[in-house]
Write a protein that binds this ligand. Structure first.
Ligand SMILES: Cc1ncc(COP(=O)(O)O)c(C=O)c1O
Length: 453
């Protein structure tokens, strides 16, 4: 749909009624502070003035199979004509919810065979914690409730998910703080005291053990972790970290919850990264985003048979559910999306093109203000610094990520500014030439930013 400039003005007027997410609402009152996206196709989006951009953030780390897949839209429409809605409450089910649950169980590692559907990553994570609480209550361990999370983590915006999210995300906002303890971020670039990477890995694990012994394992239900911290700065932990943290969980009877809201369904070249990329077998995996590639709002909390056995023991009631859990339209989107991922071997494509993208991105480290380029496959980030040698960060009032993102947008690329970073999580269908184009635009944008400073 082509949108005229009068239409764009009208949209902006109407938009004055919209409360934006994660936005400086005051700044949005200014003219020209918002971008109207009207159309999307493949790995590209178009604004209201007809400008074309590479969608460098894949919607919001979610449009894995790319925009404009009519096959998914048709599957949704056809399902809505057959069965618009029915719930999965009580003893009720419907064919696509059952089919999708079976499909996800077949893709998830090990004994993760039971699936609860929600409508967002936040709800998937809240669900995981509610299930763990119920599990330990049923086992007669009502004190086993605290959750270990990490500084830098992002687990969502619902009340429990935000409590597990890095404290920096809730200045001026309340959360269920009493339930969560934070461990250090596994952030190699900013590791303390000139430690070697090995020493840093040891430090993180020792800190985890000390924290568990201080609080008492009998009071801790679970450890929640993203395989690669996303919104916290695309942080890839030191080699072996996840395996060692998982072994600690095993030793202390602490449940391992892997937040794969971003990493599942292809972003790192696997349907699920926990086992295949990081060699852990979580007790719960939370997924959303790539499950439907964003075509419908849907999440899946995938739990082990062992947990299910306890929460489904005789007399137990599962007192949790949302009206739209397993909505038929969402299931249709997810099933078709997974079919596309498999048919087009998108994981194989990410495994081939991802490392080339990483290498091309790394070339940006030659630029003056680029401290580090990091990430894996189609999940990359650039950390900007004032001084490369000392790694000194830019002052808070220099919105360096925003400056680069603005230049990139003028050059046809949407990236996500994140404090001192620019983050990329493009659609997984990008070809090598397109990833090189992203890097070229970023190089020009960073050079232009340096000139502005
Ligand atoms: C790792 C992770 N977990 C959870 C969430 C929350 O997902 P949602 O925004 O769908 O609630 C996000 C969102 O970006 C995420 O990146």
């Amino acid at each position: 749909m082509n949108t005229s400039s009068t239409d764009v003005q009208r949209v902006l007027q109407q938009d004055n009624h919209l409360v934006h997410s994660f936005a400086n609402l005051n700044e949005l009152k200014q003219e020209n502070s918002r971008t109207v996206i009207t159309r999307a196709e493949g790995a590209y989006v178009y604004d209201g003035d007809g400008n074309k951009f590479i969608d460098g953030i894949g919607g919001l780390w979610c449009v894995n199979v790319g925009h404009g897949r009519h096959e998914i839209a048709d599957a949704i429409a056809s399902q809505l004509k057959d069965l618009d809605y029915y719930s999965t409450f009580y003893n009720l089910t419907h064919p696509l919810a059952a089919q999708l649950a079976e499909k996800i169980a077949s893709l998830a590692p090990g004994n993760l065979n039971k699936v609860f559907f929600g409508n967002s990553g936040s709800v998937a994570n809240d669900t995981a914690i509610r299930i763990l609480q119920n599990y330990f209550n049923r086992l007669g361990k009502p004190n086993k409730k605290r959750i270990l999370s990490r500084v830098g983590a992002y687990h969502g915006s619902t009340y429990m998910a935000v409590a597990m999210t890095t404290p920096a995300y809730r200045e001026g906002w309340d959360s269920a703080d009493h339930l969560v303890d934070f461990l250090s971020s596994p952030y190699p670039y900013r590791r303390p005291n000139n430690m070697t990477l090995e020493e840093f890995g040891d430090f993180l694990i020792e800190e985890m053990i000390e924290t568990i012994e201080r609080i008492g394992a009998e009071n801790i239900a679970g450890f929640i972790a993203e395989p690669i911290l996303g919104a916290g700065g695309v942080i890839v932990p030191p080699e072996g970290y996840h395996r060692r943290a998982w072994e600690v969980c095993q030793k202390y009877d602490i449940m391992s919850v892997s937040d794969e809201v971003v990493t599942a369904f292809g972003r790192l070249g696997h349907m699920f990264a926990s086992k295949e990329a990081f060699d852990i077998q979580p007790d719960i995996i939370c997924s959303a985003k790539g499950l439907t590639s964003g075509y419908q709002p849907m999440s899946a909390t995938i739990i082990s048979d062992d947990i299910f056995d306890v929460i489904s023991e005789p007399g137990a009631m599962f007192m949790h559910g949302m009206t739209y859990s397993g909505h038929p339209a969402c299931c249709a989107a997810a099933l078709t999306n997974i079919e596309i991922l498999e048919r087009e071997d998108i994981c194989g494509h990410v495994k081939r093109v991802g490392p080339l993208f990483e290498t091309a991105m790394k070339s940006l480290e030659a630029l003056d203000i680029v401290g580090e380029v990091r990430g894996s496959h189609f999940m990359m980030g650039i950390e900007f610094v004032k001084d490369k040698t000392t790694r000194e960060a830019f002052d808070q009032d220099v919105n360096i990520g925003g400056m680069v993102a603005k230049h990139a947008q003028q050059r046809g690329l949407i990236v996500r500014p994140l404090g001192s970073m620019a983050v990329l999580s493009p659609c997984l269908i990008l070809q090598e030439e397109e990833t090189n184009r992203i890097v070229d635009i970023l190089r020009d944008s960073i050079v232009a930013t340096i000139e502005d400073l």
